[in-house]
Design a protein around this ligand. Structure first.
Ligand code: GLU
Length: 423
């Protein structure tokens, strides 16, 4: 590949490019190239046979000039400090672009949650929260779910935090079960936000969604809801979907019941059966002749070596970091509208903001209000991004959608740092 795929280097490279485009102050640029605070913890966890295993975890607060750090916690075997740093930088840009009152943060534990039983998972979740509890809080840093973490895990973590402070602070963590004042709409808000962006992008590209073919990479929280909502909201045809083991392609469209069955019975959607269905690899899924491609799994999927083979007209980055900087450039030159992760998947953290605000005020909304406010907030982010891109084009400078979004996000954080006298 020959490409540098360290996610933190990628995040820094993207910032450098944006800084150059917008003429960012050098002092602000230097401040924004590194996280503000980084915590590394080692957590003892009692396993089912009674022995104690040690797990390493991280929490990074990248920037809090605009509000408390905000971002999810990942439980992943390939977690690294640099991945968490990159994701915390992207959270900073995500919250800024959405114009919600948070900075950016992220957490992670190196572990394979698929190997745990329920008790081990609870022990690790509580252990991680005990280890970071002095570092976080509703006014400093507010965690949430991410890859392989769930509302139940947030419930345990909330409870552990409560033991430390001695009273309920529901605004400590978001993405909670609804029984402990999580939000009804938070569960699918990442995908729903992506759908509102897809609707606006289709308008801009004059794409008829009813007649569009879509491929989705990933069958987790983001991917699965992207599949169901594309069909429900727009009547679009999802012709391919995958999970970490592989994917399935059916030109006639896929059926959710059968997908769920294949996943449940065989462990993977790749074993989906129908008259015209055939198995495809995750790589081939990206190259299908579809109108819209939705990477909704993990980082570094569209790279220098395969970007030229992308046939979709619209690429919606529902995962974090699925397109490398070299690939962004290639897609841009090919004329693909590639909408960046920190715009497309910001519905998750926007939903978290609504949950946090409701927890603070102890006044709860209905789901309709949640959806309407999500639509309004994320549609504005999309329109701001396209307007910024057009503004540069009018001045004779063509920039990608990613860079347009960066310029908006970085400018807001830089202005907040300036207002606070950080430089
Ligand atoms: N993990 C989600 C993200 O990457 C949500 C973060 C949050 O709600 O704080 O955006």
């Amino acid at each position: 590949m020959g490409e540098e795929l360290n996610p933190f280097k990628i995040a820094q490279e993207q910032l450098d490019e944006a800084a150059e485009i917008m003429g960012l102050d050098k002092q602000a640029h230097a401040l924004l190239r590194e996280p503000k605070r980084t915590l590394i913890v080692n957590i003892p966890v009692k396993m089912r046979d009674g022995h104690t295993e040690t797990f390493t975890g991280f929490r990074v607060q990248y920037n809090d000039a605009r509000g408390p750090a905000k971002g999810g916690i990942r439980f992943h075997p390939a977690e690294t400090l640099d991945t968490v740093k990159a994701l915390s930088a992207w959270m900073t840009w995500k919250c800024s672009l959405a114009d919600i009152p948070f900075g950016g943060g992220k957490g992670g534990v190196i572990c394979d949650p698929k190997k745990f039983n329920e008790v081990e998972l609870e022990n690790l979740s509580r252990g991680y929260m005990r280890a970071i509890a002095d570092f976080i809080g509703p006014k400093t840093d507010v965690p949430a779910p991410d890859v392989y973490t769930t509302p139940q895990i947030m419930g345990w973590m909330l409870d552990e935090y409560t033991r430390k402070v001695g009273h309920n602070e529901f605004d400590t963590i978001t993405g909670k079960p609804v029984e402990v004042w999580g939000s009804e709409g938070r569960m699918d808000s990442t995908a729903l936000g992506g759908m509102f962006v897809m609707r606006e992008a289709a308008k801009a590209l004059k794409l008829n969604l009813k007649k569009s073919k879509i491929a989705v990479q990933g069958f987790g929280n983001a991917g699965k809801f992207a599949y169901t909502l594309s069909k429900e909201m727009f009547g679009a045809k999802v012709v391919a979907i995958s999970d970490s083991e592989g994917g399935v392609y059916d030109p006639d469209g896929l059926d959710l019941k059968k997908l769920d069955e294949a996943k449940e019975k065989t462990g993977s959607v790749k074993n989906y059966k129908s008259k015209n269905a055939k198995q495809i690899t995750n790589e081939k899924l990206l190259e299908l002749d579809v109108d819209i491609l939705i990477p909704a799994a993990i980082e570094n999927q569209v790279r220098k070596d395969n970007a030229d083979d992308i046939k979709a007209k619209l690429l919606l980055e529902l995962a974090n970091g699925p397109v490398t900087p070299d690939a962004t450039q290639i897609l841009f030159e090919k004329g693909v509208m590639d909408l960046p992760d920190f715009l497309v998947n910001s519905g998750g953290v926007i939903g978290s903001y609504f949950e946090w605000a409701q927890n603070i005020s102890s006044y709860y909304w209905d789901t309709k209000r949640f959806h309407d406010e999500l639509d309004r907030t994320i549609t504005k982010s999309f329109k701001d991004t396209i307007a910024m891109q057009k503004g540069y084009a009018d001045k004779g400078k063509k920039i990608s959608e990613r860079m347009a979004a960066y310029v908006i996000a970085v400018d807001r954080v830089a202005k907040a740092m300036k207002a606070r006298g950080w430089y």
